[in-house]
Each structure stands twice: as structure tokens, then as C-alpha cells.
Design a binder for this molecule. Structure first.
Ligand SMILES: *Cc1c(COP(=O)(O)O)cnc(C)c1O
Length: 347
């Protein structure tokens, strides 16, 4: 592929389709007698929600200093990831790349959409192996490269130079998942959207915005890509209560900042205390709200913690003897440290 041409990347059936036009597409006002959508006139949640989540987008646009038409809102990032396949990748013929160990949904969603996932393992320092990736830049069936930064479960940011190298050299879609970016001491790549027509940046309300239950995921990209995504998504993909929760969270920026700094403070404490626990071999540096921790025997530590009603994520199957630990409240982290120290003694 010579240069990035969006129409070459979009699936032909998506280019050709006529999107469903729902009642709320045809009349957008909020005042009047609504007899257009076969809704029940009684009740609290009786009306269909805004299909384009305008109130949430307006707040986001203000906070992020970006146009409303560069924002897509999905039913969690999981919908955002799935749409990347459904808009760009022809089932049975197209491919995507990811860099394991990383977030599992890129692969699961690829399998659901019958898209071949090429997995290029991260280097020992958890950065992208560009030498191994470069030969794939010319593959016309490779449509999307997924980059998770900060990466889950390793916790590190991916080097900006490597991401810009991929954006410059790959003529398909580069999908950068920034689920943890609010915890990182680094700028979001949203500011690169105008520079790179093939960039999609995803974020979520599930982590730093404390709304995992509300299922609100975001994608930022150029307006052409956003328009195609809007064609393909379910018409009412984010429920009314969830839109309200997201809107309230954005208006309440103070709460977000207070909680974030509490988490970052506790993260510092764990950073300092975890390495002192004898059975912990290594605490990887983290740009997120969790730590990847190497222990002597991850399966043992994981199940002993479970017995003490402390649930961590056993990542032994992806990184030898590693568990992933989320930063909790002060009391939760204190209980974790106590349990880990106790384990050491009993062993
Ligand atoms: C937690 C997480 C998400 C969030 O997914 P939602 O569907 O928005 O809850 C996205 N990407 C990564 C890498 C994550 O770890």
C-alpha cells in the first residue's frame, strides 16, 4: 500500500450500506409530543436515549479540546475494539497485529470476526519489536495494528517514537488503546489525530473515571472514520442511565482528580513497599494503576491470597510467575501488604 486511503481500508459492504435511520435520527428536538418511536408514554426510562450521546460528547470536547465529530462513544472499549474489525477487516481474508502479552480482547474479537491475528511478542523490555513488525507493513490484508499504551498487563507506556514510526510506515489503521493514560505521566495521542489520518485512539470510563459498570468506551479519530463507525454501531449502543453517569462524571471533574491522586499516592506506597516483601522478586515499573509483580511461585501466591479473600490476577500463563495487582484503597493495599508478608512467614 502506497499511502493511506481510507476507502481502501473500509470494508466494501460498509462503504456501500445504507445506515438504519432511527426515530431519534429523524427528529432531534427534545420538546414536543413524541408519538414517533412506539415508546410507552409512562415511566422514567421510557424514552430511547440519544443515539449519538451528544451531551457526553460536548463535555468531552470541552475537556479534551477536540471537535465533537472526532469522538465516538461505545458500549465499553470492547465495542470500540469490535468495531475496528467490523468496519475495516473482511472476515476470512484480512489480518490484524497485536503485541503480546497484552489485553486479551484484541485476540478474542479477532476470532469472533474471523480475522487472523498476527502476534508479535514484545521485546524483553516490553517495547515493540519493530524489526519483526516492519515486514508486515506491505501486507495489503493487514488492516489494523493494536498498540496498548500503557500496556496491560505489563504496565509500561510504549515509546512515542516507535508509535510514530508505525504511523508513518503502515498504511492501515493504527489503534492505540489508552485505557490507562490518565494514570501515566504522559500526554494522550489524541493531539496526533490531525497529523495522522490512520490513527484511532481509544480510552474508557472504566478505569480512571470509576465507571466500569456503566460500560462507556471512547474512540477519537478523524471525522470520516467516526462517521463510518456511527453507521455500524447499534443505534442505541449506550443506555440513557449510562450516558447520564458518564456526563455526571465529566461535570464532576473535582471527584475524578481527587480519586486519581489518591490512587497515585497509594501506587507510590505500593511501589516502595512491595519490593520489601521477601517472596516478591521483582516489581515492574508502572505507568498505570496496577503492578506486574514477579514472585517465586505465582500459582501458590495467587491461591493463598484468594484463601485470604484478596483477589489478584494470575498472569503466570502469559508471563512466568507474574501476578497483576491493582492499586486499591489505602485499607485494601494495607491488607494486601499484610497478607503478602504473612505468606512469606508461613512459607
Ligand atoms: C480495562 C481495559 C479496557 C477497558 O475496557 P472497557 O470495555 O471500556 O471496560 C480497555 N483496554 C484495556 C487495555 C484495558 O485494560
Amino acid at each position: 500500500m502506497e499511502k493511506f486511503i481510507l476507502q481502501n481500508i473500509i470494508r466494501k459492504n460498509i462503504l456501500a450500506m445504507k445506515p438504519y435511520s432511527c426515530a431519534r435520527d429523524e427528529f432531534k428536538g427534545s420538546e414536543g409530543i413524541f408519538l414517533d418511536a412506539n415508546e410507552n408514554p409512562f415511566g422514567e426510562l421510557n424514552r430511547y436515549p440519544d443515539p449519538y450521546q451528544s451531551a457526553v460528547k460536548q463535555e468531552l470536547a470541552r475537556l479534551k479540546n477536540i471537535d465533537v465529530n472526532r469522538i465516538f462513544i461505545g458500549n465499553g472499549s470492547d465495542e470500540v475494539i469490535d468495531l475496528a474489525y467490523r468496519v475495516f477487516c473482511n472476515p476470512g481474508t484480512d489480518r490484524a497485529v497485536s503485541f503480546p502479552p497484552t489485553y486479551g480482547m484484541y485476540r478474542v474479537s479477532a476470532e469472533i470476526n474471523d480475522v487472523e491475528m498476527i502476534e508479535i511478542p514484545l521485546c524483553a523490555d516490553f517495547q515493540i519489536n519493530l524489526a519483526a513488525l516492519s515486514p508486515f507493513f506491505d501486507d495489503v490484508h493487514l488492516k489494523v495494528i493494536f498498540i496498548c499504551s500503557p500496556n496491560n498487563p505489563t504496565g509500561n507506556l510504549i515509546k512515542l517514537n516507535d508509535i510514530s514510526f508505525i504511523l508513518d510506515n503502515f498504511k492501515g489503521i493504527v489503534f492505540v488503546d489508552e485505557a490507562y493514560i490518565d494514570f501515566a505521566g504522559s500526554q494522550s495521542l489524541i493531539s496526533w489525530i490531525d497529523r495522522y489520518p490512520n490513527l484511532i485512539v481509544s480510552q474508557t470510563f472504566s478505569k480512571s473515571r470509576a465507571l466500569a459498570s456503566a460500560r462507556v468506551g471512547l474512540a477519537y479519530s478523524n471525522p470520516e472514520i467516526i462517521a463510518y463507525w456511527n453507521r455500524v454501531k447499534a443505534p442505541y449502543n449506550v443506555s440513557g442511565p449510562n450516558q447520564k453517569a458518564a456526563y455526571d462524571a465529566l461535570v464532576n471533574e473535582e471527584d475524578f482528580l481527587i480519586r486519581k491522586s489518591a490512587i497515585l499516592e497509594e501506587k507510590q506506597r505500593l511501589q516502595k513497599e512491595l519490593p520489601k516483601v521477601p517472596l516478591i522478586r521483582k516489581v515492574y515499573p508502572s505507568d498505570a494503576n496496577f503492578f506486574l509483580v514477579e514472585v517465586e511461585d505465582a500459582n501458590m501466591v495467587y491461591s493463598k491470597l484468594i484463601e485470604m479473600k484478596i483477589v489478584t490476577r494470575n498472569r503466570n500463563s502469559v508471563i512466568n510467575n507474574c501476578i497483576r495487582i491493582t492499586v486499591g484503597t489505602e485499607a485494601e493495599n494495607t491488607a494486601l501488604l499484610k497478607a503478602l508478608r504473612q505468606l512469606t512467614v508461613n512459607n
